[in-house]
Write a new protein. Structure first.
Length: 106
């Protein structure tokens, strides 16, 4: 299995689409589908009919999955989008922001 460039808990910037430029935290990664769920981004509204569980009905809003290619990791230094490179430091593989050279984890 290849190492993940974007992981749960990462701060990411949306590169394209209706939410372009918005920043959020990755809530869930769906590697089989090549998608990520970002908190507060790509909100989908579902109109629900009244039911026994929800007698009021109404509109449910929740973040929908986004193609992983549409997001980039936010640089730890300035918050701008950056690519990710892997480097081995002290025998451990770590993620490094290409733009600033800053270590992302570890």
């Amino acid at each position: 299995m290849a190492a993940a460039k974007i992981r749960k808990g990462d701060s990411v910037v949306v590169l394209s689409g209706k939410d372009k430029g918005r920043t959020g935290t990755v809530v869930q990664v769906l590697p089989k589908d090549g998608k990520v769920v970002v908190d507060g981004v790509n909100i989908a509204a579902r109109h629900r009919k009244p039911s026994q569980l929800n007698p009021q009905g109404g509109i449910d809003r929740a973040p929908a999955p986004l193609a992983i290619s549409k997001v980039a990791l936010a640089d730890p230094k300035d918050g701008k989008p950056t690519r990710v490179r892997f480097e081995v430091k002290d025998g451990r593989k770590t993620r490094v922001a290409v733009k600033s050279g800053e270590t992302i984890d570890g």
